[in-house]
Design a protein around this ligand. Structure first.
Ligand code: NAD
Ligand code: DAU
Length: 370
C-alpha cells in the first residue's frame, strides 16, 4: 500500500508543479505534507504559492508542529541536498516535475536541458533507490517515484494516428531528447532495481501560472498589449490541449492507483491547428477583455518556422480512462476563458516574471530552508 504522505515535489514553483500543489491541498483525502524542491530558474516563481505558504507553511503551524508545506530552494542535481531531504523529512513519494521545459530555449542552448532533465532525474532516481532500500534487501513497497513526462518523446505524427503507450520513442528536439533520456532512466531503475515507479506522458497544458513564452499565454498577453502574434511557419502544426487541472488530477490518480512499472498517456483529445486555435483565442479575448476583434486579427504575423518543428501530436489516453477511470473535466472554451481571466487579473505577476522582479520579493519573504 502506497503511503503518499511525505511527498517531494520537484519543480513545484513552475507552471504545472505549482498548480499541482494547489490542487493537492484542495483534496480532502490528502492529509500529508509536501516538500517543494525548486531551483527557482526563470520559470519558477514563489508568488505562485504565497497562499499555500501562508496556510500550510512554517509560520502557519502552532509552534512545535511540523508544517505541511516546506519550500527548499535547491537544484535536483545537488546530490547531498537531495539525500538530506530524504533523510530529514522521510520522503516516501516523489513527483518529479522539475525540468527545463521550453523547446525554443532547448534549440538555442541545449546544455541546461541535458543537465537538469537527464542528470537531475538520474540524481533523484539514484537517491530514491538508496533511501528506499528495504531491510530485507529489496525495495520498500510503500513508496513511489512518479516521473512526469511529455508526449514529445514520441516524435511527430502525420495526418493520421495517435501516440499510445507502446509507440516507439523518436524525440526530435534537444528538449524532447532530454526528456526521453530521463524516461528511459526511470524505466531502467524500475526494471533493474525494482524502484516503485509510475510514469506519465502528457500533451500540451495551458492554464494559470504558465510562463508567457508558451503559445497560449504569449498570445493572450500580446493581444492585451497590441503586439504582433507570431505564428511559426504555416500555422498548421497541431497540438492536443489539456487544462492543467485535468493533467494534475490524472497525475494524482496514477500516483494513487496506477500500476508500478506502467506508463500512462494523458491527453486532451482536443486537437487544434495553431492558427485555428489562435482564431478562437482572439474571439474569446475580444469578448473577455472588450477589445476590437478586427484589430486583434490584424496582429497575426507569420514568422520563420521553429527548426525541426514537430507537425502533429495527438494522444490516445484510453488506458488511463479505462483502467483508472480518469476523464477530462474542463472543456477547451471554459479552460481558455478561465486562463484569459487569470492573465487579465494578474498583470503584476506578469510584470514580475518578465522582469525577474519577483527575485527581490522572494529574498524578502524566504530564506533557504533545509
Ligand atoms: P516550467 O518550466 O513552468 O517549470 C519548471 C520548474 O522546474 C521551475 O519552477 C524551475 O525553477 C524548476 N527547475 C528547473 N531546473 C531545476 C533544477 N535543476 N532543480 C530544481 N528545479 C528546477 O515547466 P512546466 O511546464 O510546469 O513542466 C513541468 C513538467 O511537466 C516538466 O517535466 C515538463 O517536461 C512536463 N510537461 C509539460 C507540459 C506542458 O505543456 N507545459 C506537457 C507535458 C509534460
Ligand atoms: O506536448 C507537450 C509539450 O508542450 C511540453 O512537453 C513542453 O514542455 C511544452 O512547452 C509544449 O511544447 P510545444 O513546443 O508544443 O509548446 P509551445 O507553447 O512552445 O508551442 C505550441 C505550438 O505553437 C508549437 O507548434 C509552436 C507554436 N508557436 C509557439 C510559440 C511560442 C507559435 O506558432 N508561435 C509562438 O510564438
Amino acid at each position: 500500500m502506497r503511503s503518499l504522505s511525505t511527498i517531494l515535489v520537484t519543480g513545484g514553483a513552475g507552471f504545472i508543479g505549482s498548480n499541482f500543489i494547489h490542487w493537492l491541498f484542495a483534496q480532502p483525502e490528502f492529509t500529508g505534507r509536501v516538500i517543494n524542491l525548486d531551483a527557482l530558474t526563470y520559470a519558477g516563481n514563489l508568488e505562485n504559492l504565497a497562499d499555500i505558504e501562508a496556510r500550510y507553511g512554517k509560520g502557519a503551524e502552532a509552534s512545535g508542529a511540523v508544517p505541511r508545506y516546506v519550500f527548499v530552494q535547491g537544484d535536483i542535481c545537488d546530490r547531498p541536498l537531495v539525500e538530506r531531504l530524504f533523510a530529514e523529512y522521510g520522503v516516501d513519494t516523489v513527483v518529479h516535475f522539475a525540468a527545463e521545459s521550453h523547446v525554443d530555449r532547448s534549440i538555442l542552448g541545449p546544455e541546461a536541458f541535458v543537465r537538469t532533465n537527464v542528470l537531475g532525474t538520474y540524481t533523484l532516481l539514484d537517491v530514491a533507490r538508496q533511501a528506499w532500500r528495504a531491510p530485507s534487501g529489496g525495495m520498500r513497497e510503500d513508496v513511489l517515484f512518479h516521473h512526469v513526462s511529455t508526449d514529445e518523446v514520441f516524435g511527430s505524427l502525420g495526418e493520421e494516428g495517435y501516440f499510445t503507450e507502446s509507440t516507439p520513442y523518436d524525440p526530435r528536439s534537444p528538449y524532447s531528447a532530454s526528456k526521453a533520456a530521463s524516461d528511459h532512466l526511470a524505466k531502467a531503475y524500475h526494471h533493474t532495481y525494482g524502484l516503485p515507479l509510475t510514469l506519465s506522458n502528457c500533451s500540451n497544458n495551458y492554464g494559470p501560472y504558465q510562463f508567457p513564452e508558451k503559445l497560449i499565454p504569449l498570445m493572450i498577453l500580446n493581444m492585451l498589449e497590441g503586439k504582433p502574434l507570431p505564428v511559426y511557419g504555416d500555422g498548421r502544426n497541431i497540438r492536443d490541449w489539456l487544462y492543467v487541472e485535468d493533467h494534475n488530477e490524472a497525475v494524482w490518480t496514477i500516483m494513487r492507483n496506477g500500476q508500478s512499472g506502467r506508463t500512462y498517456n494523458i491527453g486532451g483529445e482536443n486537437e487544434w491547428e495553431n492558427i485555428r486555435l489562435l482564431e478562437r483565442l482572439i474571439e474569446l479575448v475580444a469578448e473577455e477583455a472588450h477589445l476590437d476583434i478586427a484589430r486583434l486579427r490584424g496582429l497575426i504575423t507569420y514568422v520563420k518556422d521553429r527548426p525541426g518543428h514537430d507537425r502533429r501530436y495527438a494522444i490516445d489516453c484510453t488506458r488511463l480512462k479505462t483502467e483508472l477511470g480518469w476523464r477530462q473535466r474542463i472543456s477547451f472554451d471554459e479552460g481558455l476563458r478561465k486562463t484569459i481571466r487569470w492573465y487579465l487579473d494578474h498583470r503584476e505577476w506578469v510584470e514580475h516574471v518578465r522582469s525577474g522582479a519577483y527575485r527581490a520579493w522572494i529574498e524578502q519573504n524566504y530564506a533557504r530552508r533545509v
